[in-house]
Design a protein around this ligand. Structure first.
Ligand code: PEP
Ligand code: MN
Length: 338
């Protein structure tokens, strides 16, 4: 349920409505809009009588929200959310580019890639330090050492760091060394982790699980917002289908669909979405035309030697070529690329 305030509602009137919501044991969520303030209500087990709020000063309407997701929905907040981190952003006119290796492998590797990413005007550096791997015998990441290299690369270049947080235990460490916390596809259903990053308030990149419906992705985001953290960027990274030529099937439907259902920014990861480096460039362009707010791209100086996901990583020259192309694609889509 959503309490819509009058255009000229005072601070006192807004606070009175919030106090009334709390007095019933529900949680008020103030949603500032360009036009007016609305207050979302969550935590109610049954339907709330709208009359309780309609009689309060400053209230213009009480709207019931039938969708399972509340705070992430356009019903609650019609205006697009723009998330600014460092010098870049997601959800505005500018397209946010996150690029880097799948895993941080060495200090030299990440410093070299960071310079390359920086040279294209991209604002975000990725690299996994805690890697969720299918096999327990596969490279698990450099852990703290990897985080320290990422931080050093960020300090040298001014790029912002996006890195995955695998569990609640390592969350404080990963948060200390990063600007955006990535929740990977395998953890999209880890509700305790979602709640914890919600409490922390740091920007989150939430990747869709390979078997999740779009509604499940939005409900996972709802966990984070319900704890007070509105800085969530969604990521389409491909889903599992019967197709075997590709690692995953990139579901570009998700982009315009999420735009319709939610105010949160959505970006696309064509690297995991295809699992094939030579498919990354066409799908990256298609994602922008479909309305994506950003891209996540895996790159590696020597993909054949990569410790993870080399087969889907772009070589520096291919990455540079793609970035040049993306400028005109962004323009076509009415967007800009820094
Ligand atoms: C990654 O970004 O390196 C990753 C592991 O992605 P996903 O969680 O989408 O598989
Ligand atoms: Mn990867």
């Amino acid at each position: 349920m959503l309490v819509v305030m009058r255009l000229d509602a005072s601070r006192k009137e807004i606070d009175t409505v919030k106090a009334r919501i709390s007095s019933f044991g529900f949680t008020p969520h103030e949603i500032p809009g360009v036009q007016r303030v609305a207050i979302g209500i969550t935590g109610n087990k049954a339907k709330v009588d709208p009359e309780i709020f309609l009689t309060l000063p400053g209230v213009v309407d009480v709207v019931s929200v039938s969708k399972p997701f509340k705070l992430v929905g356009r019903d609650f907040k019609p205006e697009q959310t723009v998330i600014t981190v460092g010098t870049g952003s997601f959800g505005g006119k500018e397209i946010g580019i996150i690029a880097g290796p799948c895993s941080v492998e060495s200090r030299g590797q990440i410093l070299e890639i960071a310079d390359l990413v920086k040279s294209t005007g991209a604002k975000f550096l990725r690299g996994g330090a805690f890697k969720p791997r299918t096999s327990p015998y596969a490279f698990q990441g450099l852990k703290l050492e990897g985080l320290e290299y990422l931080k050093e690369a960020a300090e040298r270049t001014g790029l912002s760091v996006v890195t995955e947080v695998k569990d609640v235990e390592t969350l404080p460490l990963v948060a200390e060394h990063s600007d955006i916390l990535q929740i990977g596809a395998r953890n999209m259903y880890n509700f305790s982790l979602l709640e914890k990053v919600g409490e922390l308030g740091k920007p989150v990149l939430l990747k869709r699980s390979f078997a999740a419906t779009i509604e499940e992705l939005l409900m996972a985001a709802e966990y984070i917002l319900s704890k007070g953290n509105y800085n969530v960027i969604l990521c389409e990274r491909g889903i599992r289908t019967f197709e075997t030529y590709t690692r995953n099937t990139l579901d570009l439907n998700a982009v315009p669909l999420v735009k319709k259902l939610s105010h949160l920014p959505i970006i696309v990861d064509p690297s995991h979405g295809t699992g094939a480096w030579d498919l990354v460039s066409p799908l990256a362009q298609a994602a922008i035309v479909a309305g994506a707010d950003g891209l996540m791209l895996e790159i590696h100086s020597h993909p054949e030697e990569a410790l993870s996901d080399g087969f889907q990583s772009l070589k520096p020259e291919t990455f540079l070529r793609l970035m040049r192309k993306l400028h005109s694609v962004a323009e076509l889509a009415g967007r800009t690329l820094s």
